[in-house]
Every structure is written in C-alpha cells, then in structure tokens.
Design a protein around this ligand. Structure first.
Ligand SMILES: *Cc1c(COP(=O)(O)O)cnc(C)c1O
Length: 358
C-alpha cells in the first residue's frame, strides 16, 4: 500500500513553510504596505509588475483545470517542469541515502537533479529494439530506498510512447512515486495519464507549456497529482516561483487555445514529411517512430553522426547529436521546424547522399 507520509522526508513533513505577505492577508484593501514593494510604480510595465505575483497562481490553475478537467487542487505550476522534477526529488529523497530509478536513453534532467541533490541514480536500459520499459527487472532493482521512478512518455530522445500496461504495472507494484513525464503529450493521440489520477495515489504527471504551446521562453511547467502531493510541492516551492508576466501570458495562451490544434496539426504534418523523406534515404539506417515534435535519425554506420552534424552546421542547420546516449549510437535528433525549414533539412540530407554514396 502506498503511504505518502511514509516516503516524504522527515524535515519536509516537519518544516514550516515560508509565510509570504500574500499568504497572511488575502482580502481586499485600499493601501498595501505589507510586502516592501514600491507603491510608486516601476521602471517597466507600469502599475502591474511592482507587486508580487499570486503565489498559488489561482486564475491560471482554474483555467488549466477547465481544459484538463481537473480540480486546481490537483495542479502544481513550476518554473518549467524542470522545477517540478527537482522539487519532487527534494520532497521524498534524502541526500546521500535515497535513490531514483531511470530508464535510459531518456531526458537528462532527472539525472542532473538527482546528482545535484546527492541522490543515487539507478538505471535499467529501455529494452533493446522496441525501447519499452523493462518492468520485469524493476522488482530486482528497487529497494526501500528507491523513492521515485521516472518514466518519459513519449520518450525523449526516441520519441515513442511507453506501453501503458507496463506503466500501469509500475503504478500498481511500486510503493514510491511514479512520475510520468508527458512533455510531448499534445502531439499524441492517446489519453493522458491525468485521467488515471484517482486510481493511483502515487502517480505524478508532468506536462509543459514549452513544447506544443510554444512558450519555452516563459518557463511554465505543470505537475498533476493528488492534493496531498500537490500540498507538499506547494510547501517546499519558492514562494513566488511563477512570475507575473508568465501568469498573464499563460492566461492569454489558454484563451487562444482554439489555435493550438491547428498548430499541432501543422507540426505533425511536418514530422511525417521529415520522417518519410529521411527514412527513404540509403544513408539513413532508421528513423525512430515518433509521437512527439521531433524525430531521432540513426545514420548508416559508414556515416558518422559527428560528420553529418558538422555538414549540417555548415548549412546553418543545428541538430542535436544524441550518439553518446545508451542505445542511441550514431543518432541525431531533429525538431520539426516550419515547412521551409523542414524542406531545407531534407535537401541537406539529400545532398549528403550524393556526396557520400557514390
Ligand atoms: C522539454 C522537456 C521538458 C522540459 O520542460 P520545461 O517545462 O521546459 O522545463 C521536460 N521533460 C521532457 C521529457 C522534455 O523533453
């Protein structure tokens, strides 16, 4: 049986959170002189940014909740989902003692955050070929010190969805947190794991405004979980972690949501164009199937990824070389661009074929 209080660190359970001016007075008043702000105004943005923002982002959460069909109590907002990853680790993992479990190749921040917090990283490679979760090996790998299992679906950098039966198995059998990172969910057809929150008290789902919503520069990520987990995240977060400008622009984006689907459809069409164009070239060994807004391209062994990276760079095209990740030898990761950009990328690969394949 999952018991949240049994895995939350003692110091986190016992500590008193910072109490901000906004926490201590929530009503309406005519003169606010409780937070040492500058009541004359500010040097940018007029009489808006001189005030501290809502520490719990009520309006943004309310409108996200309407879209996701969730109560605001199930929603945490972070300065990017990267902040949520870090806070989740700090919430349950004792430095120098506890562990997290990852399935490489996967997103790099889980390991970076674990390292920063002096939390041991255990890894089980995604099963070769289908790159699925090796759940059969999980019971042998976890101990009572394993507090979080991170699952990335669709996975970065491979781009594919994880089998839901296998995630289900982890949720039912593991007594720590199972974090399902759905940064690329908007590009998939399947149901989000947020629809299963009521079933699994140990489930945390991450989503972000950085990818489909096109707001990477704002730094706004979402964590969805039980009100108890969200309560602990709120307790340990920096008080004003989402700034005023971000909250305003997020509301603007949420209200323009009717444009989101069209943008996603254009990106998916671009992804299919890139996928088919590159998969047919002899210099490409494989293009991984993708449920995200990028594709992972495995080059033929005769053509080292470093050299192709350099060739593309000469053409002004920057891609991500993922060759050093386990299971990703000789691969490049390409984000889907605009129609013209995708065309230029394909042209560059075709030219590469002519130069190298005579
Ligand atoms: C891009 C990405 C994120 C980062 O999200 P931010 O909200 O920008 O911090 C999280 N997880 C995965 C798997 C990503 O690829």
């Amino acid at each position: 049986m999952f018991d949240l209080n049994a895995i939350v660190r003692d110091n986190v359970r016992k500590m008193k959170p910072y109490s901000s001016a906004r926490d201590e007075f929530e009503g309406e008043a005519s003169i606010y002189i409780d937070a040492n702000e500058n009541n004359l105004g500010s040097l940018a943005g007029g009489q808006v940014y001189n005030r501290y923002p809502d520490p719990y982002q009520s309006q943004v959460k309310k409108e996200i909740g309407q879209i996701k069909d969730l109560h605001p109590k199930n929603i945490f907002l972070g300065n990017g989902s990267d902040e949520a990853i870090d806070l989740l680790i700090r919430m349950v993992c004792r430095p120098g003692e506890d562990e997290v479990l990852l399935f490489p190749p996967t997103y790099g921040m889980y390991e970076v955050s674990a390292n920063l917090n002096d939390v041991k990283v255990k890894t089980l490679p995604l099963t070769y070929r289908e790159y699925q979760l090796p759940v059969e090996e999980v019971p042998g790998a976890v101990t009572e010190k394993t507090k979080i299992i991170f699952v990335c679906s669709p996975n970065n950098p491979t781009g594919h969805l994880m089998d839901s039966g296998r995630i289900d198995y982890l949720l039912r059998t593991f007594n720590g947190l199972v974090v399902v990172d759905e940064a690329y969910h908007d590009f998939t057809k399947g149901l989000s794991w947020i629809t299963r929150l009521d079933e699994f008290p140990n489930l945390v789902v991450l989503q972000t405004f950085s990818k489909a919503w096109g707001l990477a520069g704002l730094r706004l990520g979402m964590a969805f979980a039980s009100p108890e987990i969200i309560g602990y995240l709120n307790k340990i977060k920096p008080p004003y972690n989402i700034n005023q400008a971000t909250q305003e622009l997020a509301l603007q984006a949420l209200r323009n949501r009717d444009q989101l689907d069209e943008m996603i459809q254009t990106i998916l069409a671009g992804r299919d164009y890139l996928w088919h164009s590159l998969a047919s070239l002899p210099i490409v060994e494989k293009v991984f199937p993708s449920d995200a807004n990028f594709i992972l391209v495995k080059l033929a062994p005769e053509l080292p990824a470093d050299e192709v990276y350099g060739f593309l760079l000469q053409k002004g095209i920057v891609v991500r070389n993922r060759s050093k990740l386990p299971g990703c030898a000789n691969t490049l990761r390409l984000s889907v661009g605009t129609k013209e950009e995708n065309q230029k990328v394909v042209d560059a690969f075709v030219e590469l074929k002519i130069r190298n394949w005579k």
